[in-house]
Ligand binder design. Structure first.
Ligand SMILES: CC(C)(COP(=O)(O)OP(=O)(O)OC[C@H]1O[C@@H](n2cnc3c(N)ncnc32)[C@H](O)[C@@H]1OP(=O)(O)O)[C@@H](O)C(=O)NCCC(=O)NCCS
Length: 172
């Protein structure tokens, strides 16, 4: 079968998409992608306050690679809501030219499945319900973020029926 024409009009085989756990070798490409995706306001987000004290979880964090290049990233952290240990999700970003093909949702689902497999009982994030609702997230009214945030954007996905009440804080 001839290769699919690309959007640039040229004809070449589509490079294979693969996923891998985030490794130190990906760090520079991820930083560049996050800077492009979020711009200079990136570190002002309340989720960044959580990332300052939470433990990074590389086994639940993934990159999407196309021909060896990072085109998508999702990160996960170990934190707690009150006394309840939770996985804290984010950031997620997909290279602009590769969006709207389902890659973002693949990364969401992969990171959440890895959290569940690691024994986490809930994933918490700050994000838009029209997007994350597709992966089963719902508004988590009992969860208090450090710093100002629209409470309708504080979301959780629970794998067990645990109460999520209190501040997001370091895991004991
Ligand atoms: C959010 C993001 C990762 C989605 O990546 P993606 O590969 O395009 O995701 P998918 O292909 O799975 O889903 C795309 C769909 O989600 C929609 N969508 C994207 N962001 C959305 C949002 N914040 N709220 C509602 N819908 C959103 C798109 O419009 C698209 O809709 P369609 O299916 O009707 O065309 C990507 O847009 C991105 O990197 N954005 C910049 C960084 C960012 O905002 N991260 C999320 C912070 S909460």
């Amino acid at each position: 079968m001839p290769p699919e024409p690309t959007s640039s009009g040229s004809s070449r085989p589509a490079p294979a998409l693969t996923f891998a756990n985030e490794a130190p070798a990906h760090a520079a490409e991820i930083e560049a992608l996050l800077n492009r995706a979020f711009g200079p306001g990136r570190f002002a987000k309340s989720s960044e306050r959580v990332r300052e004290f939470a433990d990074f979880a590389p086994e639940m964090s993934f990159v999407a690679l196309e021909a060896g290049r990072v085109i998508g990233t999702v990160r996960m952290w170990r934190a707690a809501v009150g006394e309840q240990p939770v996985a804290f999700f984010g950031p997620i970003a997909v290279e602009e030219g590769d969006r709207r093909h389902g890659l973002g949702m693949m990364l969401v689902e992969r990171a959440c499945a890895a959290a569940r497999a690691a024994g986490e009982v809930a994933v918490v994030l700050v994000g838009d319900i029209p997007y994350f609702g597709r992966a089963g997230f719902s508004v988590a009214p009992g969860v208090a973020m450090p710093g100002p945030v629209d409470p309708n954007r504080v979301l959780s996905l629970r794998f067990r029926d645990v109460p999520l009440d209190g501040a997001v804080r370091p895991r004991a």
